[in-house]
Design a protein around this ligand. Structure first.
Ligand SMILES: Cc1cc2nc3c(=O)[nH]c(=O)nc-3n(C[C@H](O)[C@H](O)[C@H](O)COP(=O)(O)O)c2cc1C
Length: 336
């Protein structure tokens, strides 16, 4: 299949990147993707043994170091680590993660949820390549100006945190491609060879997939979460939380209540209190409740709209092989 600048830049066989997913994109998945010729990415809280470990800064550092070492033990291929910059306590935690990752030695940093000016130079000074995550052409220009090596643009269809501008992948990708010269990687709603060919046609030089890789054997998501992904249809995932930070998750009692509170005009604090309450979760926090404890009804079950197209749990290698093989058939079909 076509080798793009993304392949050259990161030293990978195929321009297929596994997106970071908090708690569940751990060493086993990352190494499997990289060994299959794509680029695996460790997510935040990867390897955490309980839901409080991502709040204990020493445990966060220990966990990340162990995960990086495990990836290196499982693959000699390139891989990335996600650094969500965030704010407040998250920023301090992220700072400790960056220092630990640089000490361990990583080839590629994936930076999300913050300005590209914060970390790019620091990574470049020690030879680490930088992928920056954006959700609009304006932010892509800013990332390029800060010197990042590649840009991931995430469309509104994506699972997890999505941009406040709510721009769908099909219209976002060509506008970002036209706005910058660095390679652009498309994200949001891609799960097979058709999505790969379509986004390459729009000018992207790679794809970035979270939801598809959630339904793999190597992903650490709870079996209930994987089952919910393969049972989902095209309407199962909803965007919600426009007041407190928009995300796309499986529609459930939690997203219904959240949406209802917003519609009733609840204040930011009231909605935040509901998000943080554990009454319906036996003390679990929303995100780990769904992703690692399997509470699909009341947890925050991040998932993209493309789940409706994902019907089987596969190995990560099989996901990549099907995309690579399927690429040829899709191109042939277009030419026939
Ligand atoms: C379960 C789940 C957890 C996620 N957690 C993170 C995260 O911790 N950091 C991040 O930058 N993006 C996170 N994302 C977003 C993905 O990195 C990526 O943008 C998204 O999955 C791409 O769209 P897709 O789901 O349609 O493939 C998450 C997505 C999912 C589905």
């Amino acid at each position: 299949m076509k080798r793009t600048r993304v392949c050259e830049l990161f030293g990978i066989d195929y321009p297929i990147v596994q997106a970071p997913m908090g708690w569940i994109a751990c060493a086993e998945l990352v190494a499997a993707v990289s060994n299959a010729g794509g680029l695996g990415t460790l997510g935040p809280a990867a390897g955490a043994r309980n839901q409080d470990e991502d709040r204990d800064i020493d445990a966060v550092e220990k966990c990340l170091r162990e995960q990086i070492r495990e990836v290196k033990a499982l693959t000699g291929k390139p891989f990335a680590v996600n650094f969500p910059i965030g704010w407040g306590k998250q920023k301090i935690v992220n700072e400790r993660r960056v220092a630990a990752a640089l000490d361990e030695g990583i080839p590629i940093a994936n930076v999300s949820m913050g300005s590209p000016e914060v970390l790019t130079k620091r990574f470049h000074d020690v030879g680490v390549k930088v992928i920056h995550i954006v959700t609009s052409a304006k932010h892509a220009r800013k990332a390029e100006a800060a010197g990042v090596d590649a840009i991931v643009c995430i469309g509104h269809e994506a699972g997890g945190h999505i941009g406040p501008d709510e721009i769908p992948t099909f219209v976002l990708v060509p506008q970002v491609v036209d706005a910058v010269k660095v390679p652009v990687i498309a994200a949001g709603g891609i799960a097979d060879a058709r999505g790969l060919v379509a986004t390459l046609a729009l000018g992207a030089e790679g794809v970035y997939m979270g939801t598809r890789f959630m339904a793999t054997y190597e992903c650490s998501a709870h079996p209930n979460m994987k089952q919910a992904v393969i049972e989902a249809d095209d309407t199962s995932a909803v965007a919600f939380g426009r007041r407190t930070g928009i995300s796309r998750c499986l529609k459930n009692a939690y997203t219904d209540r959240h949406t209802e509170l917003e519609a009733k005009g609840a204040t930011f604090e009231e909605i935040r209190d509901y998000e943080r309450s554990g009454d319906d979760l036996e003390g679990w926090r929303r995100v780990p409740a769904a992703l690692i404890n399997g509470n699909i009804e009341y947890g925050s079950a991040a998932c993209g709209s493309i789940a409706g197209n994902i019907n089987e749990i596969l190995t990560a290698e099989e996901v990549i092989r099907r995309m690579v093989d399927g690429y040829q058939s899709v191109i042939k079909r277009l030419e026939d």
